[in-house]
Design a binder for this molecule. Structure first.
Ligand code: ADP
Length: 265
């Protein structure tokens, strides 16, 4: 069957006439499907052998029989294998998100509770050297997929730790706003130059590749966040200024918000 993309442009006096342009996008559509399937299949195929290799490397490097001279290369190989496992897991997450348009298994998600759990892990990651300020409305909940929302929020919070120096202040806000609800992570870290902002949520896009790799980043985090928010009909925006800091904001529509106060609709 044929897949058409149709654009309707009204024109003429009082725009009573229309120009209808149809474009056959069957090929592009099928190429997209092939591309998605390829990423999902390739990641699945790579995951099993890599898990075996990582397991053996771990056993070898922990073995007392392994000569000291082999410890360093073994540890390096183990770290690289773990890194590849993380990339593959993120690629599989992305292709799963791309395959289904809408989030499934919707429940009520207590965002403030999720944030508090994530911040405990984030503090551990930073060796308790970042300063967290939490302004969370504990009465405000979201209707969404708990696993996906947890993943989106933790990507943003972990990024604020990974990409900023020690002692950076990380502020997390969660409150109602005119459109529904707003979740925002702000840091007073190094900031991001304006030319990078439009590309940050592309797959594998990193401002500083070497630095991001060293901090354990795959370059897929913001792409995952963008997909998850899209599936929850939320808007995502990034604002940043070099030397001032960055803020990552998610606006959720009123239909997916629940507030336990009397003002709740
Ligand atoms: P990564 O796995 O590298 O964190 P992401 O997709 O999550 O990948 O982020 C893309 C890039 O955006 C990062 O590599 C980093 O350069 C930049 N970035 C993300 N969050 C921040 C932040 N809070 N401060 C500065 N740069 C950031």
């Amino acid at each position: 069957s044929l897949i058409l993309s149709v654009r309707v442009t009204p024109f003429g006096e009082r725009r009573k006439q229309c120009l209808v342009v149809g474009r056959d996008i069957t090929k592009v559509f099928h190429l997209n499907l092939i591309h998605r399937d390829f990423v999902a299949n390739a990641s699945h195929e790579l995951r099993t052998p890599l898990t075996v290799i990582a397991g053996f490397l771990e056993n070898l490097s922990e073995s007392t029989l392994t000569p000291d001279s082999h410890q360093r290369p073994l540890n390096l190989m183990r770290n690289q294998a773990e890194r590849m496992q993380t990339i593959i897991e993120d690629l599989l997450t992305l292709s799963r998100l791309e395959l289904e348009e809408h989030a499934s298994e919707m429940t009520t998600v207590a965002v403030a509770d999720e944030v508090e759990l994530i911040v405990i892990e984030a503090r551990a990651l930073s060796g308790d050297q970042h300063l967290f300020v939490l302004n969370l409305d504990t009465q405000l909940e979201l209707i969404g997929n708990q696993r996906e929302l947890h993943s989106a929020l933790s990507n943003l919070i972990f990024n604020a730790v990974k990409h900023t120096p020690l002692h950076t202040v990380i502020t997390i806000n969660w409150h109602e706003d005119e459109q529904g609800a707003c979740f925002r992570v702000t840091d007073n870290g190094p900031g991001i130059a304006a030319e990078h902002l439009p590309r940050l949520s592309e797959r594998f896009y990193r401002v500083d590749k070497a630095r991001s790799r060293a901090s354990g980043g795959t370059g897929l985090g913001l792409a995952i966040v963008k997909h998850i928010l899209h599936r929850h009909e939320a808007q995502f925006s990034i604002a940043s200024e070099l030397g001032v800091g960055s803020s990552f904001t998610c606006h959720f529509p009123a239909v997916s918000c629940l507030h336990h106060s009397p003002t709740c609709q």
